[in-house]
Ligand binder design. Structure first.
Ligand code: PGA
Length: 268
């Protein structure tokens, strides 16, 4: 089973910094067995092409964009389209991050249009959802994110859904002012997402204050297929450690599945 480990750099890194990070990653991964771990990196739009270029020799790492417009082209000053980010080397488009919903007027409707445009051009939408602190305090996390996902993915066919990634990122857990979520707090929203979408989409990821101390535990939560990481992965060493943690978690999962199958064989 694929374990996704991705980072968005948000509005950080010059071209030189972005290229250094990507070249360093390609060097570090050369000849390394990643098992079923799927790395991805989402630079700011200015650096997508440079990062894709620096990773040309390491195509196992997917490159993404942090946003793209729903229209193919036209009079949309300041925006970039899905074909444009694809042309720069992006294969994933992050859509609906809470920072974009809060500061840039992203609504369920624009998120839905961007998911559709991304799929139409053959890229992978990485749909971000998450609830504010008040909703979490009232016990409404699962219902809140299910509503967001439902509105973003309404009307898609099974084949299209099978290409979508969902990142559950509780707003209260994201960024410098965020509070790391506990495993117990994440069980309910992931149970809800898993029950409704787990078998229909490409993966359910967790994001929000992921660090080197909590990554293994987060990957152990039922229905968590990967991590979507900000600050901890902006330094290459941090990202490489996260890949190692994911590789160990993935190997442990594979062993458990094998053991369970062996037990079933014995019962027969
Ligand atoms: P963080 O960011 O890991 O720095 O909390 C996560 C995100 O916004 O995706």
């Amino acid at each position: 089973m694929t374990v996704w480990v991705g980072t968005s750099w948000k509005m950080n890194k010059t071209l030189a910094e972005a290229t250094d990070w990507a070249r360093g990653l390609a060097e570090a991964l050369a000849g390394r067995d990643l098992g079923d771990v799927q790395p991805f990196v989402i630079p700011p739009a200015t650096a997508i092409a440079a990062v894709a270029q620096a990773l040309a020799e390491e195509p196992r790492v997917l490159v993404g964009a942090q946003n793209a417009h729903w229209a193919e082209a036209g009079a949309w000053t300041g925006e970039v389209s899905v074909p444009q980010v694809a042309d720069a080397g992006a294969r994933i488009v992050e859509i609906g991050h809470s920072e974009r919903r809060e500061h840039f007027g992203e609504t369920d409707e624009t998120v839905r249009a961007k998911v559709a445009a991304t799929l139409a051009h053959g890229l992978v939408p990485l749909l971000c959802v998450g609830e504010p602190a008040e909703v979490q305090a009232a016990g409404g996390s699962g219902a809140h994110v299910l509503g967001q996902v439902e509105r973003a993915l309404a009307g898609l066919e099974a084949e299209q859904l099978s290409r979508v990634l969902i990142a559950y990122e509780p707003i209260w857990a994201i960024g410098e002012h965020g509070r790391p979520a506990t495993v117990a707090e994440l069980a309910e929203p992931f149970a809800a997402l898993g029950a409704h979408w787990g078998s229909r989409v490409a993966g359910l990821l967790y994001g929000g204050s992921v660090n080197l101390d909590n990554a293994a535990d987060l990957l152990g939560i039922d229905h968590v297929d990967g991590l979507f990481v900000g600050r901890t992965a902006w330094r290459l060493e941090g990202y490489l450690r996260l890949l190692e943690i994911a590789r160990s978690a993935e190997a442990a999962r594979a062993r458990t599945i094998n053991d369970e199958n062996d037990d079933k064989e014995k019962v027969k």
